[in-house]
Design a protein around this ligand. Structure first.
Ligand SMILES: NC(=O)c1ccc[n+]([C@@H]2O[C@H](COP(=O)([O-])OP(=O)(O)OC[C@H]3O[C@@H](n4cnc5c(N)ncnc54)[C@H](OP(=O)(O)O)[C@@H]3O)[C@@H](O)[C@H]2O)c1
Length: 216
């Protein structure tokens, strides 16, 4: 299948957590790592997150800290839970940069209409076994739309789905010197990785890996 080159990127604590608890907002890494994340976005055609991340973090997913184009922003949101959330930052500058939301038949017509009227491209795709959006389908659609490089920024469920389906070419992990002691892991699976590079970013460390075999 023709699909975009996929990089998964997330920031974690020393004890491997990407958020203090399910649904809580996450700002784990420092300013240099944040700039690095924006540069990474500018080198991708699109950046993808799950609706859990939109609801918890209300991210903009732009490149505002660096010079470079904003990627198209893509959200996986079966029921269009993004509505009605007032002040959703991802829905700003929709017409300029482009926002695509993948949903399933479970989304109501009125929600689809409301998003379309704001310039959002809503694409209805079939759900797969567990009701989640079928990743193979959306990757095919994104590729056809010219997305050759896709950055996946989380959260945990999305990262787990992509890795389980062997849909990651590169994984970039920023590790910050903080321990939560509890919280949400980046992925709920057992995966071996091959280290490609290590870079210090202020107080944080950025490591690039090639994912290996997933043990279920
Ligand atoms: N530290 C970091 O770098 C970082 C980055 C991003 C997020 N986070 C944190 O991660 C947390 C959110 O993660 P999360 O796991 O709750 O939510 P998530 O991964 O952002 O979104 C998961 C939701 O996406 C939808 N979805 C649709 N198709 C899917 C598929 N094929 N696979 C997986 N999900 C699919 C499902 O909702 P529907 O069934 O409603 O469609 C699912 O519940 C927040 O606390 C956020 O702060 C941290």
């Amino acid at each position: 299948m023709k699909r975009p080159y996929i990089t998964i990127k997330f920031a974690q604590t020393l004890d491997g957590k990407i958020a203090a608890q399910q649904g809580s907002a996450s700002r784990i890494s420092g300013p240099l790592a944040l700039r690095f994340a924006h540069r990474l976005r500018s080198r991708h055609d699109a950046v993808l997150v799950g609706i859990g991340t939109v609801l918890a973090d209300n991210p903009q997913l732009t490149t505002r800290l660096v010079t470079g184009k904003n990627p198209v922003r893509v959200v996986l949101d079966s029921h269009l839970r993004i509505i009605p959330v007032p002040g959703t930052r991802i829905l700003r500058n929709v017409k300029k940069d482009g926002v695509i939301i993948f949903a399933t038949q479970k989304a109501t017509k009125s929600k689809i209409k409301a998003l379309k009227s704001r310039g959002v491209e809503v694409i209805i795709v079939p759900g797969c076994k567990r009701g989640n959006i079928d990743l193979t389908q959306i990757l095919r659609i994104l590729y056809k739309k010219g997305v050759k490089k896709l950055l996946v920024e989380g959260g945990s469920e999305i990262i787990t789905s992509f890795i389980k389906k062997q849909l990651a070419d590169k994984i970039v992990i920023i590790t910050a010197p903080v321990i939560f002691g509890c919280g949400m892991p980046a992925a709920r699976l057992n995966l071996k990785l091959k280290l490609k590079s290590v870079k210090r970013m202020g107080g944080d460390i950025a490591c690039e890996f090639v994912p290996g075999r997933v043990s279920q």
